[in-house]
Ligand binder design. Structure first.
Ligand code: IPM
Ligand code: MG
Length: 369
């Protein structure tokens, strides 16, 4: 069996810093577990634009298609704000998602015990929280046509985007949510705006139909996305798996992330159809962005990126025990009171740099192993 292959795309801002800590975890497995990855590294986002004038070259796109999994840091930054829309850093990420057809974006929001006091919500509301948002990632208003900015011929302009979903697109992401729910506590809540949008009506009908046809054992409920946002901050533990569209998923997952204390904690997996080797097309990335305000200062929290690698172990390589080891080590260092800048402030905790956090996690892996 050839080594599993990974394409590493650190990207912009804090991306390269947090990815350097993931490298330590990867190295640990090579040294201690006879688990070596074939690693390639390349540019994406603003970094690719600076080098090549495009946020993702065709060569990098081809490499992403040929590896077992892609690991991405973050893209974007104020330096690129005035660039043409077509070459903005975000377009590189969106091209990867679209061309790899990564339709199911899994965003778990889990509250670590040690951080329960750090959430903006009361401890009793979020302690033990463990939910996953399954966000549709390759369609909807992010990609729908027509789109653009046109003249209204009266001296003004019109900005246009189109929310559009097909039966097939809805069913395949709903299927991912139902499959995931079966491995958890078997509950799915689907969110849309069927009260105002036809695409929401179709979404609700198709999700329900698939449940009735193929997943009668799964408990399915529906919620309008605005009410869902409210429930998410009122009583988040009522949820297990939430399935929703691209734009609502973008918003709801940021809110869910913050429930857990910091955006610096949240990993994600973006999965597509199985490849020839049976592994799904896959890209793993932290939910946080490039955080240019703290880039290069050793302040970034590498945990979201490290946990994204743990998701790769679990979902791409079927290495559940190794994923447990990484996640357990993260729990250990948090229990020890180590905190990067985003999580500082609680009594009994001590500050640690980005690299210090990575070192501590690797040490904790060794202690557990
Ligand atoms: C996310 C981000 C992206 C999105 C941006 C960077 C294009 O916010 O992954 O949630 O809007 O999908
Ligand atoms: Mg987002």
């Amino acid at each position: 069996m050839p080594n599993p292959s990974l394409l590493i795309l650190p990207g912009d801002g804090i991306g390269p810093e947090v990815m350097a800590e993931v490298r330590k975890v990867i190295d640990w497995f090579a040294q201690n577990r006879d688990l070596a990855f074939d690693l390639e590294e390349d540019l994406v986002g603003g970094a690719a634009y600076d080098a090549h004038g495009t946020p993702l070259t065709d060569e990098t796109m081809a490499r992403a298609q040929s590896v077992d999994a892609v690991l991405l840091g973050a893209v974007g930054g104020p330096r690129y704000d005035d660039l043409d829309f077509a070459v903005k850093p975000e377009r590189g990420l969106l091209r990867l998602r679209k061309e790899m057809d990564l339709f199911a974006n899994l965003r778990p929001a889990q509250c670590f015990d040690a951080l329960a006091g750090f959430s903006s919500l009361k401890r009793e509301v979020i302690a033990g929280l463990d939910i996953v948002i399954v966000r549709e990632l390759t369609s909807g208003i992010y990609f729908g046509e027509p789109r653009g900015i046109i003249d209204d011929n009266e001296g003004g302009r019109i900005g246009i985007n189109t929310q559009r979903y097909t039966t097939r697109e809805i069913r395949r992401v709903a299927r991912s949510a139902f499959e995931l729910a079966r491995r958890r506590s078997n509950r799915v809540c689907s969110m849309e705006k069927a009260n105002v949008m036809e695409s929401g009506i179709l979404w609700r009908e198709e999700v329900q139909r698939l449940r009735d046809e193929e997943y009668p054992d799964v408990d399915l409920t529906h919620m309008y996305a605005d009410a869902g946002a409210m429930q998410l901050v009122r009583a988040p533990r009522q949820f297990d798996v939430i399935v929703t569209d691209n734009l609502f998923g973008d918003l709801l997952s940021d809110a869910a992330a913050m429930l857990t204390g910091s955006l610096g904690m949240l990993p994600s997996a973006s999965l597509g159809a199985p490849m020839e080797n049976g592994r799904p097309k896959a890209l793993y990335e932290p939910v946080h962005g490039s955080a240019p305000d703290i880039a290069g200062q050793g302040k970034a929290n590498p945990i979201a990126c490290i946990l994204s690698f743990a998701m790769a172990l679990r979902y791409s390589f079927d290495l559940g025990q190794e994923a447990d080891l990484v996640e357990g080590a993260v729990e250990d260092v948090l229990a020890q009171g180590l905190r990067t800048a985003d999580l500082l402030g609680e009594e009994g905790t001590s500050p640690v740099s980005t690299a210090g956090m990575g070192d501590a996690i690797v040490a904790a892996m060794g202690d557990r192993a």
